[in-house]
Write a protein that binds this ligand. Structure first.
Ligand code: HPA
Length: 271
């Protein structure tokens, strides 16, 4: 993807705002309401922004929401792009580089995920300590864009230690039992088989989902600090004697939403 496209998108956004967002949020399934908490928001529909992927899903609210949250200038992606929808990883990660160009230094990524770790329960929030890219693809494949980062970026600390410490502290102060673990990204859209979940547990996975990792790789390439939070929306395949459904995922995130919103708002004050 050509660098100038990112700059065009960033310029377009900057002409519409008079703040420089410091924290960027990518909001996962059912967690988009978080953006409604932003005060004096400027909302920019994805389809207006040059180079931005266009949502193909009917009734899908795809917009950037820019404003203040707890007095901190932020930008939130209300609606993200998934690889399983047919977008290239260039498209999936395009907004991350645009966020970088408009001044975002810290990225908070959220998602709904299936619990692999049997000590988890649906509704738990999990701090992502590390990830396993099981998508069979990397968003940085192709010519390196030196404007953003190096050819071979280090991934030894992908999820910022200081930000994780702050998240633990905030959770503790709120009396919230924050779980921790490794997020595995699969492409989806089919859920995993029980055999696949046993394999993912053996290789160290605690939760599994269909997003986040491409965005985190591109953010780390560009030197952004990342915090990741999964909402455990269901137990992964084969753990319970019941089939998985997207309705269950939505229903559980709906229930966990209030806690999630409060937690991330409190976190914003200290990040
Ligand atoms: N597997 C993959 N992705 C998911 C799941 C799951 O069980 N739950 C929510 N996203």
């Amino acid at each position: 993807m050509r660098s100038e496209l990112f700059f065009q998108a960033a310029n377009f956004i900057q002409e519409k705002i008079n703040i420089s967002p410091k924290i960027g949020f990518i909001l996962g399934s059912g967690l988009g309401v978080f953006a409604d908490e932003i005060v004096n928001p400027v909302k920019i529909s994805y389809d207006e922004i040059p180079g931005f992927p266009v949502s193909t899903v009917e009734g899908h609210k795809g917009q950037l929401v820019i404003g203040a949250l707890e007095g901190v200038p932020v930008v939130a992606m209300q609606g993200r792009f998934h690889f399983y929808e047919g977008y290239s990883l260039d498209k999936v990660t395009f907004p991350v580089r645009v966020m970088k160009l408009i001044g975002v230094e810290k990225l908070v990524v959220t998602n709904a995920a299936g619990g692999i770790n049997t000590s988890f329960e649906p509704g738990d929030l999990m701090l992502i300590t590390d990830h396993i890219n099981n998508m069979g693809k990397n968003p940085l494949i192709g010519p390196n864009d030196d404007a953003f980062g190096v050819r071979f970026p280090d991934m030894s600390i992908s999820y910022c230690k200081q930000m994780r410490d702050k998240a633990r502290q905030v959770a503790h102060n709120m009396g919230l039992a924050l779980k921790e673990g490794i997020y595995v990204a699969n492409t989806g859209p089919s859920y995993e088989t029980p055999a696949e979940i046993r394999m993912l547990r053996k290789i160290g996975g605690d939760a599994v989902g269909m997003s986040t990792v491409p965005e985190v790789i591109v953010a780390r390439h560009a030197g952004m600090n990342v915090l990741g939070i999964s909402c455990i929306s269901n137990m992964a395949a084969g753990i319970l004697d019941q089939p998985l459904s997207h309705d269950e995922v939505i229903e559980t995130t709906e229930k966990a939403k209030e806690r999630f919103l409060m937690f991330v708002k409190e976190l914003t004050k200290v990040l």
